[in-house]
Design a protein around this ligand. Sequence first.
Ligand code: NDP
Length: 449
Amino acid sequence: MAKPLDEKVEPIFQSVLARNPGETEFHQATREVLESISPVLVKHPAFTHHKIIERICEPERQIIFRVPWTDDQGTVQINRGFRVEFNSALGPYKGGLRFHPSVYLGIIKFLGFEQIFKNALTGMPIGGGKGGSDFDPKGKSDEEVMRFCQSFMTELYRHIGEHTDVPAGDIGVGGREIGYMFGQYKRITNRWEAGVLTGKGLDWGGSLVRTEATGYGATFFVEEMLKVRGDSFEGKTCVVSGSGNVAIYTIEKIAELGGKTVACSDSNGYIYDEKGIDLETVQRLKEIERRRIKDYCEIHKHAKYVANGNIWEIPCQVAMPSATQNEINGKDAKMLVQNGCIAVGEGANMPTTPEGVKIFLDAQIAYGPGKAANAGGVATSALEMQQNACRDSWDFEYTEERLRKIMRSIHNLCYETAMEYGSPGNYVDGANIAGFIRVAKAMVAFGVV
Ligand code: NDP
């Protein structure tokens, strides 16, 4: 059962449901924030007067466009592109692009909404937005991906800019896709505008540590949660779902901090390697050869592949969901807790259903919600923008240290805010309240806009 909403907030949520029919992921994301923020309205009555919640739940701008392209057989294909510019109170819209067949407006809106609070938590001057397409890069040739990206940017370019809206990667969008889109943006606008996209290649304006940032950052966040409990990663068995960008660098940092990841996955199944996942193999299979995770077992014969398996059935002390939304349901959460899981750090966005979240909170394990735990990616994107703005590039150690400090400060902000607002140890309330207050104060300052 979800937490009941406060009587002031319930009608606002009903209005969100009525105005955004069928967008279940967006409903889930807004409800979670609304459940946390009632105590804020008591301390800050001005937020009610200025209708901040109603305004924050309505995107500033939603763009939907046709993306026609030609496949290798010469057949014309049509996809749909999205960019939701949700909130620019704290800076230019900032958030990734997702290319996945499941993408529709409700997914982009949930991601854009989460992004507002996540970006606020970083303390950096970035607003919230998100975009993407129902295009599936899997199984496409490089040329097909290039033609799609060029067509996508041919519409998107008019809506973005370093002071307006700065997209980056997400599921299905990595260095290759960012490269094709940057090339097309440069060609159309005749501007070498580094700050228009982040996640760029290191030779042309990218930042060291951006590729690693979300996974490293999520692991640093869990390290901080464990520290509060007098514990660490040392000797811990970990499970990380997914095997993409976030998962790979989570596995790497866990190993550096003394933990051992025994399982990871893709959308077809999971692999289990009791000796610890060999990261080099996963990186080669996924980042270079674009193969499936089951091929890991061809190289490591002792490892086990479970097709369509549920990775959360593997006993672990630390779970780091790093694939997609709602990948841990109530049953999975119960299983994790019963099997001895003491910490969950969300590399993915909203990977746990509301039932699952409640189980983690009731069990009082260390639970770091995505909007706090995975903020290292966007924070390092903001560091990339800083380097672009001053035509500079920092070394790996310095940039990683900045990331580590940012994650520590996000952790402490969530921890202290939860305490201040009467839910000690609850990072969900801490993140929602702290992020909301920062955005709300700016919105009040700007008047009714
Ligand atoms: P990638 O595309 O690099 O990897 C995604 C991984 O998750 C793949 O292993 C993929 O498997 C798996 N996956 C995707 N969709 C599903 C699904 N429906 N069911 C099961 N598995 C699935 O994406 P990222 O690593 O960049 O993103 C992972 C998560 O992290 C997302 O929730 C994203 O929003 C979040 N995130 C990413 C950030 C970033 O900087 N990249 C920043 C903050 C959050 P398969 O290959 O089979 O599809």
